[in-house]
Design a protein around this ligand. Structure first.
Ligand code: ADP
Length: 317
């Protein structure tokens, strides 16, 4: 039995029930504008069926909100003992999945998934941080352990005050832990390193330097030869969509463009780990969503290991 479709301009969903499963055929784009409809339509089927097959043949695009919706659906279906299967994913969506843990959940073993890297880039072991203050001892982190594989994109999400910035500062080598340790490619992080790129909420560009000179700042600070990095800087600027802006000054750029320069600057040494601390938090909602999608694209292209810190659940993880 095929039910009438749920539809808004960008996404059309048709539901077909058979004796054993419910098939949801999707046409269009699953984005922040449509993921609500996608999620509510499928969620409403969970209590009444054992298997839901989501056919993505005609889905041309899936953004971070779409990925978030899939994770939410997977968790609620699992809780209700319902199996959620995705079929007919296009190459781009497979590529997106294969770089995240969604691949293990949704892609069948015979699907061509890129080998998951076995080597760990970041390992955090029993990390604790206490601050002393006039009010007494503040425990910002208590025995945190996790690891991040080469090329993974990991988002750390939590409310204000839960210790995210403290963790980031320790990973960046700007703060020493009270206990435990963090390692990058096997070496303990004990201070700032050139193989760790950091992007903060504010782009912090030097106003008297051009875009290209801002990107080359870490090269100048470390007294390395500029000529070795100019080509890479230009290529990275092109990757983030700033080709032609190399000789502009920061004040000639929008907030989103400035943040792209900051990302480029953090990538100039091809870091083993790119740390991002609420990097789009100061941008308006539309630019933020656009930058989330851009970041996904850059990450798919570059495959740098990224640790992304945010208090938002709608970020590009
Ligand atoms: P988040 O980034 O998640 O908002 P923080 O890492 O900034 O969290 O802070 C975690 C806790 O540690 C908070 O209770 C905060 O008040 C406290 N804290 C952070 N930095 C300091 C500091 N330098 N001295 C004392 N307390 C601090």
């Amino acid at each position: 039995m095929t039910t009438s479709p749920a539809s808004i301009p960008e996404l059309n969903l048709t539901t077909e029930k058979t004796a054993t499963e419910t098939i949801v055929r999707c046409t269009g784009r699953i984005t922040s504008a449509t993921s609500g409809l996608f999620q509510s339509t499928i969620r409403s089927l969970v209590p009444e069926t054992k298997t839901i097959v989501v056919d993505l043949t005609d889905v041309s695009y899936l953004d971070s909100s779409g990925l978030g919706a899939l994770v939410g659906l997977y968790l609620s279906a699992k809780k209700a003992n319902c199996q959620l299967k995705l079929i007919n994913l296009n190459q781009r969506i497979k590529e997106l999945f294969s770089m995240t843990r969604l691949a293990q959940v949704f892609l069948a073993p015979e699907e061509p998934v890129r080998e998951r890297p076995s080597s760990l880039t970041v390992s955090v072991n029993e990390l604790s941080k206490h601050y002393s203050s006039p009010e007494g001892n503040i425990c910002a982190l208590q025995q945190i352990s996790f690891s991040v594989g080469e090329g993974e994109f990991v988002a750390i999400v939590g409310p204000s005050g839960c210790g995210k910035s403290t963790l980031l500062k320790i990973l960046a080598g700007l703060l020493a832990p009270t206990q435990g340790e963090a390692r990058l490619r096997g070496t303990p992080i004990t201070g700032p390193r050139h193989d760790i790129g950091v992007v903060f909420q504010s782009p912090v560009l030097l106003p008297w330097r051009t875009v290209l000179e801002n990107v080359l700042l870490p090269v100048d600070v470390q007294r390395q030869r500029r000529d070795r990095y100019v080509k890479a800087a230009r290529e990275l600027l092109s990757l983030v969509g700033l080709e032609g802006f190399e000789n502009r000054y920061p004040w000639e750029l929008s907030g989103g463009m400035q943040q792209r320069v900051a990302i480029t600057r953090a990538l100039i040494h091809d870091p083993g780990m790119l740390l991002m601390d609420e990097p789009f938090g100061a941008l308006d909602a539309m630019t933020r969503e656009q930058m989330n999608v851009e970041l996904q694209r850059i990450w798919l292209e570059r495959k740098n290991t990224v640790v992304f810190i945010t208090h938002e659940t709608n970020s590009p993880s």
